[in-house]
Design a protein around this ligand. Structure first.
Ligand SMILES: Nc1nc2c(ncn2[C@@H]2O[C@H](COP(=O)(O)OP(=O)(O)OP(=O)(O)O)[C@@H](O)[C@H]2O)c(=O)[nH]1
Ligand SMILES: [Mg+2]
Length: 448
């Protein structure tokens, strides 16, 4: 499958490549933290990589929020297999155009990285190609930005041919604008070859062409997958389609498993699900298709959204969305907003929706809120801890404020699950009756 160009005599680094990566652009479209096996599967990194995180919030962003964003970045890094050793924060009106952080902070990070033998520096934002280059040259370690980290996790999780192709497309699209001569110093470091030189402009041009060709090929391949899945979807007939959507790690797969008694991979890591899974569920004689989809996250790279079009079609074509929220998460309100924004981006925002607040077993009003703007009525810009509302207060607030139906459950502790089922049946039936006014639900015996 690989479209391998003749090597230009440049020495190969460690083969941390995506199976489809081209030799000419070695390593760059590969996983940053894990090695691809011969069979195309991935091992987690053999030696644990150590990382420092860097955030450059603007001056108005409260500290607690910065820390929460960094908590999430640390969780992402951990999911990708790296151990976070330290966090650096620099408040700036706007990031430095050349090196993202200012000169002094850069020197501080450099000293730390060298002294502690850190293997990578992870930025909570996306870096421009030139910032990335300058930082690599300056810090002499792997530089990872938020997009690359997320794409890397997706790469380790994607199982189906479609998801793998989508990830590979995202990898090459990320890589293309970043192909420049200065990339090679890292390989020099790794390989240590004395005679290594950076590639000349011609080689870079060749690399770019190879990558562009690859992108075209992957897009073509995805079109074919699209055709196949369109046919598949048509063959599903007029059965009502429900999609579980939500921020990553909120419990979508757990709910899917519970409702469909299937075994979808659920785990306390970000992006446990990258492939979408569709199951037929029958509740109270009402059949419908339930799909579990990839979780959303703050600053999900748009490229990734674009390349995951086929996966996101499950959401786009659903009749009903079940928006799952982790109510125990300190920033759950922001997560709701991120999900709604992403739904808008993929043009799926105007669908009927049920809002399911999950993990009520973990919700504890005693835990002080140590961040800004988590709840109704809190001062958005106050850093001072405030009391959390009780679950009852939250329920009352949300029932009153949302125009979508709202339900509070614990998928893990099986709390309020019958109510969730009843709510689903009610809404699915309404859609089915609207579609086929004269057809009554099938009985269990007729099913299948
Ligand atoms: N305490 C508690 N944990 C839960 C509940 N529901 C799910 N979890 C846990 O939350 C973690 C994430 O659950 P998943 O079902 O994988 O979440 P997801 O939304 O599918 O996540 P992604 O696929 O990564 O987007 C797992 O460790 C679950 O066991 C719940 O009601 N209470
Ligand atoms: Mg999942």
């Amino acid at each position: 499958m690989a479209n391998k160009p003749a090597s230009k005599g440049r020495k190969r680094g460690n083969s941390t490549r995506h199976p489809g990566a081209t030799d000419g652009v070695k390593g760059r479209a590969g996983r940053i933290l894990a090695k691809a096996n011969q069979d195309g599967t991935y091992d987690t990194a053999l030696e644990q990589e150590t990382a420092v995180l860097v955030a450059v919030p603007d001056k108005r962003q409260p500290d607690t929020q910065t820390q929460e964003y960094l908590d999430e970045l640390a969780f992402l890094a951990e999911t990708a297999g790296a151990k976070v050793i330290k966090r650096f924060v620099q408040r700036l009106e706007k990031p430095d155009i050349r090196t993202f952080v200012g000169e002094g902070k850069l020197a501080e990070i450099k000293a730390y990285v060298q002294h502690q033998d850190i293997s990578m520096v992870i930025f909570d934002d996306d870096l421009s190609p030139s910032q990335l280059r300058n930082l690599e040259a300056e810090l002499q370690v792997k530089i990872v930005d938020r997009s690359l980290l997320i794409i890397d996790i997706f790469a380790s999780r994607a199982k189906s041919a479609t998801a793998r192709t989508q990830v590979e497309l995202a990898q090459y699209q990320y890589l293309l604008p970043r192909l420049t001569g200065l990339w090679t110093h890292l390989d020099k470091q790794r390989g240590g070859g004395v005679s290594q030189r950076g590639p000349g402009e011609t080689e870079i041009e060749t690399d770019r062409r190879v990558v562009r060709d690859r992108i075209d090929l992957l897009k073509e391949r995805l079109k074919d997958f699209d055709k196949q899945s369109n046919t598949q979807r048509k063959s599903r007939g007029g059965i009502v389609r429900v999609a579980l959507v939500g921020y990553t790690n909120v419990g979508k797969s757990t709910i899917m498993n519970m409702l469909s008694r299937s075994e979808v991979f659920a785990e306390n890591k970000l992006f446990a699900t990258v492939d979408s899974t569709v199951r037929k569920v029958v509740l109270e004689n009402m059949p419908f298709l339930l799909s579990d989809t990839v979780g959303f996250i703050r600053k999900l790279p748009t490229r990734l959204i674009e390349s995951f079009k086929s996966t996101l079609d499950e959401i786009r074509e659903a009749d009903l969305l079940v928006h799952v929220v982790d109510i125990s998460h300190p920033t759950f309100e922001e997560q709701i907003a991120v999900v709604n924004e992403t739904l808008k981006d993929i043009e799926a925002a105007d669908k009927p929706m049920l809002l399911v607040f999950n993990k009520i077993d973990l919700y504890n009003p005693e835990t002080p809120v140590e961040h800004h703007g988590g709840f109704e009525g809190m001062n958005e810009d106050e850093d001072a801890p405030a009391a959390r509302p009780t679950l009852e207060q939250l329920k009352a607030t949300y029932m009153a404020k949302m125009h979508d139906p709202v339900i509070f459950i614990s998928a893990q502790e099986r709390e309020n699950i019958d109510e969730l089922r009843a709510l689903l049946v009610r809404h699915v039936s309404a859609i089915a009756h609207q579609r086929y006014p004269n057809v009554h639900p099938i009985s269990e015996t007729e099913e299948d």
